[in-house]
Design a protein. Structure first.
Lengths: 144, 116
């Protein structure tokens, strides 16, 4: 696991309006390129960021309609890991109450959405979710 | 700032190839679905989605692709994808789409595979 020395840190506040997730993904790309992550891994980070943002946009019901993001390049002697924090001030949820989606169920279901967390977990190395009545924070990391 | 998706179609004997260019989000997914259902109405039962021009998707857009897969299963048709970025292909595998729609590396392999 990378140490906590921040080689580079960027914060971003996004309004919850359509396609703002793309702006966040561009910041993630710039940070990952700085630490010389491979292109395929950068693409995975980019997609995870998009999913984390649209989860907040769609489900948080944040009163301020904003998402607060922090991008940190971490490492002891060289950049080793990209940590991305996505926070909203919405209603929160119980992560353990969210059933894992399965394609065979979704094919029969009216509602075919609900894949965001599964995709994020599949694309990032580490994912932590902290959620309560004052909002949700997703912390996700990927090594170089 | 709105990311748009362009969709074009190549109608061939027994198969239609749908090309996408841009971001597959909810609007993009809806546009693909509109085109796909029109092709089904025209009688096509084999569809290939060539995503060479798409470098990013989101789960809302993919959920609409799942609706198309459901429709293809209902009518006994076949749907394939080709030219996916490694991340989009990985995402399709994470979601399980590959169990119900074939994924091919390129268009010639897809056309041959879907018509065999």
């Amino acid at each position: 696991m990378a140490g906590n020395v921040p080689w580079r840190e960027v914060t971003l506040t996004l309004p919850m309006i359509p396609d703002m997730e793309i702006a966040a993904s561009k910041t993630a790309t710039a940070m990952a390129e700085f630490m010389k992550m491979t292109p395929d891994r950068i693409d995975e980070v980019r997609m995870a960021v998009v999913e984390a943002c649209i989860n907040a946009f769609e489900h948080s019901h944040s009163p301020d309609r904003k998402v607060y993001m922090k991008f940190e390049v971490l490492g002891e002697t060289e950049p080793e890991s990209l940590r991305i924090t996505v926070r909203d001030t919405g209603v929160g949820f119980q992560p353990e109450d969210i059933a894992e989606p399965h394609i065979e169920d979704k094919l029969k279901a009216m509602r075919k959405r609900g894949w965001g967390l599964k995709i994020i977990r599949g694309l990032m190395d580490d994912v932590e979710i902290h959620s309560g009545t004052d909002g949700t924070t997703v912390v996700m990391s990927k090594a170089r | 700032m709105t990311e748009s998706l362009n969709v074009t179609v190549d109608r061939r004997e027994g198969l239609a190839v749908v090309y996408t260019e841009g971001y597959i989000n909810n609007q993009g997914g809806e546009e693909i679905a509109r085109v796909a259902y029109k092709l089904l109405d025209e009688g096509y039962k084999v569809l290939l989605l060539n995503l060479a021009g798409t470098k990013i998707v989101n789960s809302i857009g993919i959920s609409i692709l799942i609706e198309i897969i459901e429709k293809m299963i209902e009518i006994g048709g076949r749907l394939g994808f080709c030219c996916l970025t490694p991340t989009i292909e990985k995402t399709f595998h994470i979601m399980g789409l590959a169990q119900y729609a074939r994924i091919f590396p390129d268009e010639p392999a897809a056309v041959a595979g879907l018509q065999s």
